[in-house]
Design a protein. Structure first.
Ligand code: AMP
Length: 284
């Protein structure tokens, strides 16, 4: 496994791999790796000849007052884990390798980015779309792996690859959870033991929504209410939003029909903001 810091070197290795007709699977991350990330890596390992993982805490996707400075970073531990999973290259650039002096070009995906996380975190998806564009343009992978825990991010990345004509196929991997149901996240490290236990309320609430749907509930606002009521039983939890939207365009819906519906939540526990979701009517 080789660790690469320079964008030019990463691009030249990627060019060589293309000349050799190797299929490249790419997993972009911000590091502080956990089982969720490693599941993406395993999937990439199975589906590609060469696996490249990037580790880059992307400043432009953090808003003012968010946790960019204190975001957990441990490249040594991350690299050791990735070596065990037979990753071929780790791309870990410094900020100024990606945002070169005088950088002034940003990618903005209209519509999709204006609701949910986009509404709560202005500028977040501009940062995500910009860095994903730079990374995909550098690595030019055949496959890129993203977690459905960040469902809106998946929608944004699919849209930008389609609109900008990237040939990379986006592979979506289901959310990996702790035994309690809590979705794994690098930000779970900020939770104390008590909060961590109680944070499983997000998944319990989403499971109740799934159950109600299974039992015939088709009214989107009734589903949202079930989720809100359940989360409200946990005094430590402060709801940011509960949304029941079309999984295609993230537009609000009234009645749930046959197409995929995203039930998404964002909840604060103290200073920590957690997101989670389930999809109803999931098509394989
Ligand atoms: P991050 O390091 O948080 O930017 O995440 C990197 C990638 O890992 C993104 O595609 C995430 O959606 C994915 N990911 C994060 N947590 C999980 C999880 N619990 N299960 C599956 N994928 C995840």
């Amino acid at each position: 496994m080789e660790i690469i810091n320079r964008k030019q070197r990463m691009a030249s290795i990627a060019r060589k791999l293309r000349r050799e007709s190797k299929t490249v699977g790419f997993v972009p991350t911000m590091g502080a790796l956990h089982e969720g990330h490693l599941t993406l890596v395993k999937e990439a390992r199975q589906m590609s000849d060469i696996v490249i993982v990037s580790i880059f805490v992307n400043p432009t996707q953090f808003g003012p007052g968010e946790d960019f400075e204190r975001y957990p970073r441990d490249l040594t531990a991350d690299a050791a884990m990735l070596a065990e999973y037979e990753v071929d290259y780790v791309f870990a650039p410094d900020t100024d390798e990606i945002y070169i002096p005088g950088f002034s070009t940003y990618v903005y995906v209209e519509g999709l980015t204006e609701t949910l996380e986009g509404a709560s975190r202005p500028g977040h998806f501009r940062g995500v779309a910009t860095v994903v564009t730079i990374l995909l343009n550098t690595v030019r992978p055949d496959l890129a792996f993203f977690g459905s825990k960040d469902a809106q991010q998946v929608g944004v990345v699919k849209r930008l690859t389609r609109d900008l004509g990237f040939e990379t196929e986006i592979v979506v991997v289901p959310t990996v959870r702790e035994e309690s149901g809590l979705a794994m996240s690098s930000r779970n490290a900020y939770l104390n033991e008590d909060e961590r236990q109680k944070a499983s309320i997000l998944y319990q609430a989403l499971r109740e929504a799934k159950l109600a749907f299974k039992n015939g509930e088709r009214n989107a606002s009734a589903i949202a209410q079930i989720v809100e009521d359940k989360i409200a039983t946990e005094p430590l939890a402060r709801i940011d939003y509960v949304a029941v939207v079309s999984n295609d365009d993230l537009e609000p819906i009234d009645k749930i029909a046959d197409s995929e519906v995203l039930v998404a939540v964002a909840v604060r526990f103290g200073k920590v903001r957690l997101i989670d979701n389930v999809i109803l009517n999931r098509k394989q």
